[in-house]
Structures are given as structure tokens and as C-alpha cells.
Ligand binder design. Structure first.
Ligand SMILES: Cc1cc2nc3c(=O)[nH]c(=O)nc-3n(C[C@H](O)[C@H](O)[C@H](O)COP(=O)(O)OP(=O)(O)OC[C@H]3O[C@@H](n4cnc5c(N)ncnc54)[C@H](O)[C@@H]3O)c2cc1C
Length: 493
């Protein structure tokens, strides 16, 4: 028997994807999706198109996610099913934005291109930070202590390579994806491939990578092809030929907006936006009772929670606590979009990341985690008046830097230092600041095991498998992971 009434708590991308897929899988079930905000989409709805002063045209400003990877079939499937193919804006692998990413090392002005293997590596200043890690990984044998089932990325990279490489490269990578401290982040939850490569290379990560046999590569390719059959992709794959990353003409908000429009057309789906959930109780006949600040109670038979885990923890009954909902910390991020009235403020490329300073996260280093060169990565999003030239960047601040100084003159001074410019930057035409509190979870070591136990508890007494918990706090944090979890939720119902 299909579920009678499914309530989806939280209408971020995970909740929206759940509503979309569950309404297709259970066309006779009633589905209610509830979100506290007026616009659904959670962090993915931080998109605006703004007019530039003086009739210069308009630009897209993104405060949340900005790019997607073609490897995520679940997002490509939505693009096909929602008819978004024409809105896709790619960054091609051949473009400088795909090839060039930079790093700023605090204490040294300027940014350095992250090198790829080849002769030019010998002249790249970052080799001093990278070579020790790579060399030690090569000469050291298996050194994973017995019984260790997970550890932080920093501990993993230090154990295999060198502490300096771990600090410079590892911390920067984690700033760019999780806005978190690499000394806290679980390597198995965040970078499972590294853990596997260590095993394949009998300790050596690089060896594991280089010695993948032709058969192993072929088996991986076949697995990918087999997996692709789970998705309705139409001819969307054609759009992804030679694509490094992509977004949409009107920014990332295109995806949640299209999902909202699509599910709203379904008479069995009810959307309750601007509605904060305050409590979840057990109701009659094996059902639940959901209380909100604005509506009468809702009585679903099944629930998908796509809420941040600490929010879920606050609303569940004290009689039936669930484990590990508050174990992981969440990072807060300030994103600042700056539109300058001139071209050529930075070198062509995707942007740069800033690594953890040698003397830890200190108060006076500005609190910048990374900067994206938006005009270089996705120029086609901006509709400029012919002849106009601008440069758009987004500065990401916060995370492990507890009190970033977001005052404009301070941010501009840091940018000038990072970009190694003698002259100050021109006054921006437009600035937009987005304060995202507790927006990205940091899965701590042991996360995968803990989430297994949470799943077990949801199958146990009271819950009886009628509530599933999904979202960035449970699986991966990328848009692809969130959309995928919505596709697979409730498979056992
Ligand atoms: C600054 C930033 C940049 C990012 N960049 C990228 C990127 O480039 N590429 C990428 O793939 N990923 C990126 N991510 C990650 C990705 O965007 C998120 O992990 C993903 O959007 C999370 O979706 P979600 O639905 O699980 O959670 P959320 O978006 O957090 O959704 C949860 C929903 O629950 C609602 N809610 C909360 N409390 C209540 C309540 N009491 N009652 C009702 N509703 C409630 C919220 O309003 C929200 O809509 C980025 C994230 C951030 C913050």
C-alpha cells in the first residue's frame, strides 16, 4: 500500500527533490511540503538579478551554491524532466576558468596557480608546499594504525604526506567546499576516494591512483554506465560534452524555482511556505502530528525530514530521541558580491582559495576563505549593455574564522593584497552581502557510522521506518548529493 499522506519537512533542494520524486512514485498519495521561508530552495535560493547603475545592464549575484558538476546524474535528470536544458550555462574544460585555480598563502602577497603535473611544476612557487607531501606519500609504506576507521582530512594527509602540505592544500580545499577546519572534517565522509586509494595503493595514495589497471578503469566505466540507467536523462548528456562545471542563465535559483513550479501543478501536492514547523508528535493510528506556527496541525502517515539536523532535534518528542542529530558543527558563511566598473582585476581563472595561516585562524587576517572570479567562470549570466565592461567577484568569509571583518574597505584592502595590486581597487558599482548562519555541516570523523546508527534508530520502536531523515547533514553537502537523496528517499515504503 502506498503511503496515505507524506509530509516533507523543509523545502530546500533536498525537500523539493523529495517532493518531486515521491509525487511521481506515489501519484495517489497526498504530499505536503512545509518550509519556514516564503521562497523555497533553502541555501540554493540565494540568487538575485540586479540592475547596474547608469544603464549598464544586469548581473546575477549568487550568495549560495554557484556551480554544478556534470557527474551528478540526479541533477541532469531534473534538468531534463523540468525542461531546463536551454537555461544551462557551461564553463568549458578548455576555458581558463576550468584550467586555472589559484591559492593565496597568508603572509605572502599574491596568488599562485595550483599546478598540474608537467614541466611547469618546477617553476611553480607552490612546489615548496606540495613536494614534501607527495614525496613522503611515495616513500612511506602502509601506516594506517590498526583499528582506525576514520580520521580528519588533516590527520590523513599528514600521516600519508607532510604537515605543511596538509595545512596548505588540505585546509584550502576544505575552505572551498565546507567552509570548515580540515582538522575536524571526516576524510571518509568528505573524500571517500582518498581513503580507497590509500587501500588500493597499499598505503600510497599516488600509487593507488597511478596503478589503477586498465581492467579497473573499464570496470568503473561500466559501473557508471549501469548506474546512469537509473535516471531519465533524455539528451541532456549531450549538453555536458567538454563541460567542466555549469550553472543556469539566471543562476542557481533556477533549479528550486522550477521544482517549486512543477510540484505546485500536481493537485496531490500542497506547498506550505512561510510556515515554521514547531513540533512533531506521534498521532493516532500509527501516524504523526505536525504543529506549525501558522496552520492547523497536519497528520501525515509518513515523514521525510529534510531539515537541518539540529532543527529536527528540537522538534521531535522527548520520549523518542534520535541519536547524533547535534554531533556535527555547522559553519556560518558571509558571501559578498562585488561588481567593479573595470575589466581585468584578476588573471583569467576560476578564483582562488586561501589556506589556514601558519599560526592558526588569527583575528587580523581578514577571515577570507576564498574568492570566485565570477565574470571569468560564467560571463554569459550577465546581460551587459554592448560596450560595457565590468568585473564581478564573490568573496567567501567566515567558517573557522569566527569573527571575519566584513567592512567594505577592509575587504577591498585584503583583495588588493591577495591580488598583489599596487593601486587600490576601484569603488564597486554594486555590493551585496549575504549572511548565512549555520549553512554547511562539518561531518566529524565517524560520521558514516553514526548515520548508520541514526538509520537503525528510525527503523526502531515508535518511528517504525515511517520517517526518513535526509539532506546535507546526513549525506554529502553538494547540490548533487542533496538532489540524489531526494530521489532515493522512501524506497522501502
Ligand atoms: C555559501 C554556500 C555555497 C555553496 N556552494 C555550493 C556549490 O557551489 N556547489 C554545490 O554543489 N553545493 C554548494 N553548497 C552546498 C549546497 O548548496 C547545500 O548543501 C544544499 O543546498 C543544502 O540543501 P538542503 O535542502 O539539504 O538544506 P537547506 O538548503 O538548508 O534546506 C533546509 C530547509 O529547511 C527549512 N527550515 C529550517 N528550519 C525550519 C523549520 N523549523 N520549519 C520549516 N522549515 C524549516 C529552511 O528554510 C530550508 O529551506 C553551498 C552552500 C552554501 C551555504
Amino acid at each position: 500500500m502506498p503511503p496515505k499522506h507524506i509530509a516533507i519537512l523543509g523545502g530546500g533542494l533536498t525537500g523539493l527533490s523529495s517532493a518531486f520524486h515521491l509525487s511521481r512514485r506515489f501519484p495517489s498519495s497526498t504530499i505536503t511540503i512545509i518550509d519556514k521561508n516564503k521562497r523555497l530552495g533553502g541555501w540554493a535560493s540565494s540568487t538575485e538579478r540586479v540592475q547596474l547603475p547608469g544603464g549598464r545592464g544586469s548581473v546575477i549575484l549568487e550568495g549560495g551554491p554557484r556551480t554544478l558538476r556534470p557527474a551528478s546524474n540526479s541533477v541532469l535528470e531534473l534538468i531534463h524532466l523540468l525542461g531546463l536544458s536551454d537555461a544551462v550555462m557551461p564553463t568549458l574544460k578548455s576555458s581558463p576558468a576550468a584550467k586555472k585555480r589559484f591559492l593565496h598563502v597568508p603572509g605572502t602577497p599574491g596568488i599562485y596557480e595550483i599546478p598540474s603535473p608537467g614541466i611547469r611544476y618546477l617553476w611553480n612557487p607552490l612546489r615548496f608546499f606540495i613536494t614534501p607531501g607527495v614525496s613522503f606519500d611515495f616513500v612511506r609504506g602502509w601506516n594506517r594504525p590498526e583499528g582506525v576507521l576514520d580520521e580528519s582530512l588533516e590527520s590523513f594527509l599528514t600521516r600519508r604526506g607532510h604537515p605543511m602540505t596538509a595545512r596548505v592544500l588540505g585546509s584550502a580545499l576544505v575552505h572551498g567546499i565546507y567552509a570548515a577546519d580540515s582538522r575536524l572534517l571526516s576524510v571518509r565522509a568528505a573524500f571517500p576516494k582518498l581513503w580507497e586509494l590509500e587501500e588500493k595503493g597499499n598505503g600510497r595514495i599516488l600509487w593507488g591512483l597511478l596503478t589503477r589497471s586498465r581492467e579497473a578503469k573499464e570496470a568503473e566505466r561500466q559501473k557508471e554506465e549501469e548506474d546512469r540507467k537509473r535516471y531519465e536523462l533524455g539528451d541532456v548528456m549531450r549538453l555536458m560534452d567538454g563541460v567542466s562545471v555549469y550553472s543556469f542563465r539566471d543562476g542557481m535559483g533556477t533549479l528550486p524555482d522550477a521544482l517549486t513550479r512543477s510540484i505546485a501543478k500536481n493537485p496531490n501536492v500542497r506547498i506550505l511556505s512561510d510556515t515554521e514547523i514547531t513540533a512533531l508528535r506521534f498521532g493516532e493510528e500509527n501516524g504523526f502530528e505536525i504543529t506549525t506556527q501558522r496552520t492547523n496541525p497536519i497528520f501525515p502517515s509518513h515523514i521525510v525530514s529534510a531539515l537541518p539536523l539540529p532543527v529536527l532535534n528540537k522538534i521531535i518528542p522527548e520520549s523518542h530521541p534520535l541519536p547524533y542529530l547535534t554531533t556535527n558543527p555547522y559553519s556560518s558563511v558571509t558571501s559578498i558580491n562585488l561588481v567593479f566598473p573595470t575589466a581585468k582585476i584578476y588573471p583569467p581563472g576560476f578564483g582562488y582559495l586561501v589556506c589556514r595561516p601558519e599560526d592558526d585562524y588569527v583575528a587580523d587576517d581578514g577571515g577570507i576563505l576564498g574568492v570566485t572570479f565570477d565574470s571569468s567562470a560564467l560571463p554569459a549570466q550577465d546581460a551587459l549593455t554592448p560596450g560595457e565592461r565590468i568585473t564581478k567577484v564573490t568573496v567567501m568569509m567566515g567558517g573557522p574564522h569566527r569573527a571575519p571583518d566584513t567592512a567594505l574597505p577592509v575587504v577591498l584592502a585584503h583583495l588588493q593584497y591577495h591580488l598583489n595590486r599596487r593601486k587600490p581597487l576601484p569603488a564597486p558599482l554594486v555590493t551585496r552581502t549575504w549572511q548565512h548562519r549555520n549553512c554547511i555541516p562539518t561531518p566529524l570523523p565517524g560520521h558514516l557510522e553514526r548515520m548508520g546508527k541514526l538509520k537503525e534508530a528510525l527503523g526502531g520502536s515508535g518511528w517504525d521506518g515511517r520517517m526518513e531523515v535526509v539532506g546535507a547533514g546526513v549525506g554529502g553537502v553538494s547540490v548533487g548529493d542533496c538532489v540524489e537523496s531526494g530521489k532515493t528517499v522512501g524506497m522501502g515504503w
